[in-house]
Design a protein around this ligand. Structure first.
Ligand SMILES: Nc1nc2c(ncn2[C@@H]2O[C@H](COP(=O)(O)OP(=O)(O)OP(=O)(O)O)[C@@H](O)[C@H]2O)c(=O)[nH]1
Length: 302
């Protein structure tokens, strides 16, 4: 009997590019309507998962990277170190450049940074939004991009009309190592929104403290209601449960600064997920030994 993982590939990819290059839209086009829920172990990545492409032969996990900045300050440099670290942790990077805009200094800056990791991580040049330009302009952009750096592959796509989206998936998958599924399939769809929202909050809360609090956090979303008189704003009230007061301190951080950052990261991801603006009201509660208490577990959705 052959093993079920034989020939199966799995791994991580991220899209980089200047703001508005079309990274999010492309991610959604690749993933389809599926939204990633990452509650399932293993926690193989420290980065927020934007979507997972499930196929019989592969599982492609698309992760978020923070934006790259022109480093004017020490903090800017530190942020860029983090970006580069992410790039070298994924199996393949897609560098997105829109077809309808000249390859500019912003792109060149990113390319120069990408070139530093290109020996270890293959970089695929992705020309996005081809539906906005003529075929000739696509060719011109391909040529312009080729001058910027050396790519493992170059491909024009359109997330809007689906042009070459499948081919791009194939190219990304081909760069993944052989391996089993990292996340169970199937469970990614049809999750009620509140569960996904809770999961995004949990992800943000665990960021950076996974080692200290690996399985001690649970999140409940108690309320998701449209802001009165507005159809573009959702009020979300959520509770973050920890097991011990000491863990509450870790989550809150100095003067609650960490919780504030968690809330702001989670809010951005929730807004991207739901396509609406969000006010997130987040509180931390100690629920003693909730993992061993069936009643509490049920309330937390386990
Ligand atoms: N016509 C067309 N528009 C697109 C395509 N992909 C993205 N767009 C539009 O381009 C704009 C930016 O797309 P995003 O996916 O938000 O870009 P992004 O790179 O994620 O942007 P940041 O989050 O700012 O980094 C949006 O208005 C999209 O609707 C495409 O394939 N064709």
């Amino acid at each position: 009997m052959t093993s079920s993982t034989e020939g199966h590939r799995s791994g991580f990819a991220c899209f980089v590019g200047r703001p508005n290059a079309g990274k999010s839209t492309l991610t959604n086009a690749l993933v389809g309507s599926k939204v990633a829920i990452t509650s399932s172990k293993p926690q193989t990545t420290r980065h927020a998962i934007r979507g997972i492409v499930h196929r019989d032969d592969a599982q492609l996990v698309l992760v978020d990277t923070p934006g790259l900045h022109r480093p004017r300050t020490l903090l800017g440099q530190r942020l860029n170190d983090i970006v580069r670290e992410t790039w070298s942790e994924v199996d393949v990077v897609g560098f997105c450049v829109p077809a309808d805009q000249k390859v500019g200094p912003g792109d060149k800056f990113i390319a120069a940074e990408l070139a530093k990791v290109a020996k270890r991580t293959p970089i695929i040049g992705v020309i996005t939004k081809t539906d906005l330009v003529s075929p000739d302009q696509v060719v011109e952009q391909l040529i312009a991009l080729q001058d910027v750096m050396e790519f493992a592959e170059l491909i024009p796509v359109s997330a809007v009309d689906g042009f070459q989206v499948q081919t791009l998936t194939d190219l990304l998958v081909a760069r993944l190592p052989e391996g089993p599924q990292l996340y169970p399939g199937g469970e990614l769809t049809d999750e009620p929104e509140a569960t996904l929202v809770a999961e995004l909050i949990r992800e943000a809360a665990l960021e950076g403290v996974r080692d200290e609090l690996p399985h001690s956090i649970a999140v409940t979303v108690d309320e998701m209601i449209p802001r009165e008189g507005r159809d573009d704003m959702l009020d979300i009230h959520a509770l973050l449960y920890v097991e011990r007061p000491s863990q509450k301190g870790i989550i809150l951080g100095h003067r609650g600064e960490r919780l504030k950052a968690v809330g702001s990261t989670a809010r951005k991801h929730i807004e991207a997920l739901l396509g609406t603006r969000v006010y997130l009201d987040l509180h931390v509660k100690v629920a003693k030994d909730w993992q061993r208490d069936p009643k509490q577990l049920r309330r937390l959705g386990f």
